[in-house]
Design a protein around this ligand. Sequence first.
Ligand code: GLC
Ligand code: GLC
Length: 649
Amino acid sequence: MLAQVNLQKEARRTFARLLPRLESEFAAATATEAWATFRRRLDAHFNDLFDLLFTLYGDRYDFLYHLERLLAEAAQSWLERPQPLQALDAARERDPQWYQSEQMLGGVYYVDLFAGDLKGMRAKIPYFQELGLTYLHLMPLFKAPEGDSDGGYAVSDYREVDPRLGVMDDLRALATELRQHGISLVLDFVFNHTSDEHRWALAAQAGDEDFADYYFVFPDRTLPDAYDRTLREIFPDQHPGSFTYRPDMQRWVWTTFNSFQWDLNYRNPEAFRGMAAEMLYLANAGAEVLRLDALAFTWKEMGTNCENLPKAHTLVRAFNAVLRIAAPGLLFKSEAIVHPDEVARYISTQECQLSYNPLLMALLWNSLATREVRLLRHSLGYRFAIPDDCAWVNYIRCHDDIGWTFDDGDAGALGINGYDHRRFLNSFYTGRFPGSFARGLPFQENPRTGDARISGTQASLAGLEAALRSGNPGEIDLAVRRILLLNSIVLSVGGIPLIYLGDEIGILNDYSYIEDPAKTGDSRWVHRPRIDWAQMARRSDPSTLEGRIFGGMQHLIKLRKTTPAFAGNDMRVINLGNDHVFAFVRTGRQGERVLVLANFSEHTQPVAANEVRLYGLGYRFHEMVTQREITLGDEPIVMEPYQVMWLAV
Ligand code: GLC
Ligand code: GLC
């Protein structure tokens, strides 16, 4: 407590000392309104920033120097921030919870695979509007190594677009045009690592010790061996352990992911400042949300698994504080695909306002396989709640694999053995389990630990691929229903629904990646096909499969966008006594309520009327999906196979 008070005093003293220095450095600007705004924000957030940086770097003799340079960088960035973005900052400050609206709908895909390049992407804006997107995440589009670049997650230059996609001005123009159409651009902030071709890494390779210190470079195996004892292997197929030997340097480098992705060393304040500058650059290019890639891995301590450490949080908070000062309209989205307790710790307005919801994702697939909602109901019953001013990003598929990141304690409470159950799920979703409808591929199967994750498109995992092969119309129908069921949950549960583009027309696995040497070792490419626009065109023909799925999605999306009960996070899971039916109540800001019922089995399921009555939701409902009025009598509500009901109370 006393330490805290002293730190705050120290922060104010430092502020008083640094401000005049900053004002003399920016003397030409200090009379402007922009400077007054900067000063106001600096004043409001300086203590936080000081505190966070002190935690990370307070023991360094040059702490104040780094702090001052960081503030100068922030000031410069703010003064250069394009006027429309400054206006956006002000608008977001007036409406800080804009992302909680029922209007929100996200989409994500690769620029090259969707539309060729950035100009092509602009031409697709009418499609995004047709779909109803308000948020568009473009997968990494910066300069990256030729060949395998982990789908662009090995960035060689944060200020240069991959030349095959265009140039920075194309990106700025796209951001502006999207914004004019009510769509926020989301970009990755890949800050755990750079590629080994980034200029810092190149300098390190050339023997520059200052730049070697931006990374974790070791003369021999002593420290890597010591760290490896407690680290988890993330990509064991690519390389065992987390370190890579560089014959050119005769040294070992920390590489959590692929050998060409060098982890940054945030113990070095130069690395922090360097990445903060790249972040501000992305902000000024027009990104409205930054997806914090692999944020769980950014801080390392000997003897730990180097995931989710307290200082990984401090680091994100420090970046966040820099944004509050220099680009406050921006949001962070957490990409923590880890244990649900750890996922939750990244979510707050001081850290990440938005977060992927990997638990919901994994448990939806779990329920689809088991036809049971017990684990979903139990886990979400107490794990869905997050701070009011934050939001989940709810998704069914993304560019990555599916990992079964549920809590073993949650499973154990229901008599489910987590280890065995994960094996079952892997067997089910690779189609090995007898009777499975799914056609997925294993990802990073580790024979030593028995661990694996799953690749595959939504449609292939939900049974469409197998059904089409069998040609059985009944099976096809069930697959379409499963797809719409999953989507109905993410569209109603609370938060931003995120569509992995292509899923809205039921794109299947594409096995051709095996022929591409840069992709063949990574099964995630099976669900990253090039979008076929002839197939896309069939979306408007309801007699086609694409049309059925797209039409079904459109219907749900339109309903979502006109249902205020779907805004915000207020979601209460309820148990209506049928383990195949997932049920929850959504409540909007004005008290509007919707009861959602979702049948996860291919059989009709009854929901007892008296169970519904217990929750005091009244007797008369408007079922929004089928536009029917339902009056509760003594008879149960009967749900069709995989049916979802949105019951307005
Ligand atoms: C994130 C990305 C994944 C990538 C990894 C390393 O998890 O989603 O695609 O492989 O980070 O950057
Ligand atoms: C990627 C990997 C995933 C891993 C995650 C960590 O998403 O595919 O399995 O856990 O990175 O961020």
